[in-house]
Design a binder for this molecule. Structure first.
Ligand SMILES: Cc1cc2nc3c(=O)[nH]c(=O)nc-3n(C[C@H](O)[C@H](O)[C@H](O)COP(=O)(O)O)c2cc1C
Length: 365
């Protein structure tokens, strides 16, 4: 299929492309990414059967297996049928916001993205392009729902709004997705590529408590809501953040989003990837994804799991791991550390280059 041919060609060309001047390599990969995603989501590969013993039930929802795409891969609600056919455990749309956004442009580069192929990592500074909560929710509402394949939606406060207005809009977005009959929601509290509200524990408490009061405590059906934090979260903040979530009736946490700890990650990159990394982080900033996050996402899951086990909970609360997941061993390690589900983004594309549409089948078939 076309997406597989593009991925295979890219695999061959990448080591050469990476020697292009960094602005040209970034330009090429930023536009190439869109071409590839359009091809991928238009395809209907042969359906893969996932044996039942891989299924995981959380909040009364059965996921065929414990691995699904992370937020940002299908921002507009595309690709549902494609990943169901591939054998994914579930599907996550978004992140969407109250208002349509076209994404970031700098130095003529639209939605900047750069892979670091020798390091199994990437950087992006996309800036949350999306059609808006209402449009994406309506798209999801039209899906022909598949069994044991829950649909989630990721959303966050609109970067161009502030204070109570931003929160009111966010709750309205959650209501759109509720009406669209999605199965779970993920609040993105950690996008490094747009202006956020303040990130002090006090400000986070205020925002999350507002959502608790105006949405979570008013739910009339089973609609679990998790909050996604950064993989840069300090271990000391894990317990206070979980306290906030538990106090406001959230159903889970996701560790986590991309990192802006450039100094730490640069040291972990292959020497040949460092020039592009320096150009990207100095020109755009952006979030680092992939292998460099593997240790921190696992450590945060472990810390969260220990804290949750020490609490006397009267309802289900689940931990999701995102960041550096690329193999079935990573998934198993995540479960052993206390995660109930995993999401992947950078690793998905690494595996796709090798296995094409058979990637979930090879892992869980
Ligand atoms: C190109 C790109 C776009 C992303 N967009 C979003 C997004 O819209 N919302 C979000 O919560 N995370 C977004 N992320 C972060 C991923 O969901 C994930 O948390 C992060 O990449 C770490 O996982 P990975 O190491 O498997 O890539 C994006 C990541 C990438 C690479």
């Amino acid at each position: 299929m076309l997406s597989e041919s593009i991925a295979r060609l890219d695999h061959i060309v990448r080591p050469i492309a990476m020697h292009l001047p960094p602005p040209l390599a970034t330009q090429m990969y930023s536009s190439g990414r869109n071409v590839f995603l359009s091809a991928l989501t238009a395809e209907k590969p042969t359906s893969v059967h996932i044996p039942d013993h891989h299924a995981r039930t959380l909040w009364g929802l059965t996921f065929r297996n414990g691995l699904l795409n992370a937020a940002g891969m299908f921002k507009q609600g595309e690709g549902y049928e494609t990943v169901w056919r591939q054998g994914a455990g579930g599907y996550l749309a978004g992140t969407s916001t109250a208002h349509k956004r076209t994404g970031n442009i700098r130095n003529g580069i639209v939605k900047p993205f750069a892979p670091y192929p020798r390091s199994r990592a990437a950087s992006n500074w996309l800036g949350l392009p999306n059609d808006g909560n209402e449009a994406v929710a309506k798209r999801l509402a039209a899906f022909e729902k598949k069994a044991d394949f829950p649909i989630g939606a990721s959303l966050m406060t609109a970067p161009e709004s502030s204070g109570q207005e931003a929160l009111r809009e966010l709750v309205q977005g959650m209501e759109w997705y509720d009406k669209a009959n999605v199965d779970f929601l993920e609040i993105n509290e950690s996008c490094p590529n747009v202006a956020h509200g303040a990130s002090t524990l006090e400000a986070i408490t205020e925002r999350l408590a507002y959502i608790g009061q105006h949405f979570l405590q008013k739910r009339s059906r089973n609609l679990p809501v998790v909050v996604k934090f950064s993989t840069d979260t300090a271990s000391a903040d894990v317990a206070p953040l979980l306290d906030i979530l538990l106090a406001s009736d959230y159903d889970g946490v996701n560790f986590g989003n991309t990192s802006t700890n450039y100094t730490k990650h640069r040291a972990m990159l292959h020497a040949d990837d460092q020039e592009l990394f320096d150009y990207f982080t100095q020109t755009f900033g952006g979030g680092v994804s992939g292998e460099p996050l593997r240790a921190s996402s696992l450590e945060l899951v472990r810390a969260a799991s220990i804290y949750i086990a020490s609490q006397k909970l009267t309802r289900e609360f689940h931990i999701i791991r995102t960041g550096g997941v690329a193999t079935v061993q990573d998934v198993e390690e995540s479960f052993s550390a206390g995660a109930s589900l995993c999401q992947w983004y950078t690793g998905y594309f690494e595996r796709f280059a090798e296995d094409g549409h058979r990637l979930y089948g090879r892992m869980f078939g």
